[in-house]
Design a protein around this ligand. Structure first.
Ligand code: ADP
Ligand code: MG
Length: 344
């Protein structure tokens, strides 16, 4: 009997175990399991397909997540995977499991959020499936997109000396989640105390209303830059960087002082939660920013973009994956992602 269990294997171990059992048979399957989206040859362009599910009590808590935000987020996190292939989203399908405790108005609210996201990302809702659920809400969305064949960005394309970039700022969604959890506990102990969220609007917004960075994908296209590798940051910078370095067979160096964090998030991490902000940036999840690499010669084309930070460079594999701290120390980076299976 194997000693392995779902918990010891973790999410990535389970995916690898599944992937080992399957081989692609069709020539049109360009990329199967292992990237942010599957890539299918459909003629002139590649089609991209990605699917993600959000499960009540695992991925969201309806004590503090409004259904409209949930609908928007469920779409945005899928669009983010299409963005991570350097693609453009076109359609979504939505599968719902609904328990009888939900009202029709609640489902309307969820779909108001889904509609808002369809408008924001210019995608069509083209179908889905609806089922009852014994308890809780379950949403699974599939996003379909496309990309010019020569412009697709995989996780495995990073090359030595490429520049490592990230969009936006990191760690906010994790701090937002901690604020919401803290206020929930206060509320459960005394429902007369109203949640104190005003001081933390930015981080709470990062948790509840993530955006897929299609804006940056369009800017990169205009600048004539095709990332050599790309992934979206759903599990934390450390985990995503490991996907890129392991699949690209390389190492990497990041500089702590270059990793973008908002002042508010930094301050809340230190003052409220007494945690090192770099932990939130490296291991906090759900920022849905993009992590990508570009060739050195493309540096001038991205260096003035207000929402792109250069945070390091790709190294030969034997140099490993490390962080140069603000004090100048070299610290190996551990691939601790945000593993939803182990989180509970
Ligand atoms: P992301 O965080 O970008 O959504 P995941 O870590 O969820 O990516 O998935 C990584 C890869 O594993 C993707 O190619 C995804 O389609 C595939 N995958 C995840 N779960 C399963 C599963 N249960 N069966 C088959 N493939 C899976
Ligand atoms: Mg992804």
């Amino acid at each position: 009997m194997s000693e392995e269990t779902i918990n010891t294997l973790g999410e990535f171990g389970i995916i690898n175990r599944i992937a080992e059992k399957f081989e692609n048979k069709n020539e049109s399957t360009i990329k199967g399991i292992g990237d942010d989206a599957a890539v299918i040859d459909c003629g002139e362009k590649y089609q991209l397909i990605s699917t993600d599910c959000l499960m009540e009590s695992v991925h969201f808590d309806l004590h503090y997540v409004p259904l409209k935000h949930l609908g928007y987020k469920a779409v945005a996190v899928n669009i983010s995977d299409i963005a991570a292939m350097n693609g453009t989203p076109k359609q979504i399908t939505v599968n719902l499991g609904i328990s009888p405790r939900f009202t029709l108005e609640a489902i309307d609210e969820l779909y108001n959020g889904i509609k808002l996201a369809c408008e924001a990302f210019n995608v069509d809702l083209i179908g889905g499936d609806t089922s009852s659920s014994p308890s809780g809400l379950f949403i699974s969305i599939t996003a379909i997109g496309e990309v010019d064949k020569e412009k697709v960005s995989y996780r495995n394309g990073a090359k030595e000396n490429d520049i490592i970039c990230t969009t936006g700022d990191l760690g906010g969604a994790y701090i937002g989640l901690n604020i919401l959890e803290r206020e929930k506990q206060v509320f459960l102990e005394n429902d007369k105390i109203q949640p104190q969220l005003d001081d933390h609007a930015y981080s709470v917004g990062r948790q509840l209303k993530p955006e897929a960075r299609m804006d940056v994908i369009y800017d990169l296209k205009d600048a004539g830059v095709v990332p050599t590798s790309m992934i979206d940051i759903s599990d934390g910078l450390a985990s995503e960087l490991f996907h890129i370095t392991s699949q690209s067979n390389c190492g990497a160096t990041l500089y702590e002082d270059k990793i973008p964090v908002s002042d508010k998030v930094y301050k809340t991490a230190v003052d409220v939660f007494k945690i090192d902000p770099i932990t939130c940036m490296m291991n906090g999840g759900e920022d849905y920013e993009l992590l990508f690499t570009v060739k050195q010669e493309d540096y001038d084309k991205i260096k003035n973009h207000p929402d792109i930070s250069v945070i390091g460079h790709i190294q030969p594999k034997e140099n490993g994956v490390s962080l140069i701290t603000k004090a100048g120390n070299v610290v190996p980076i551990e691939a601790q992602g945000w593993d939803h299976i182990n989180k509970k």
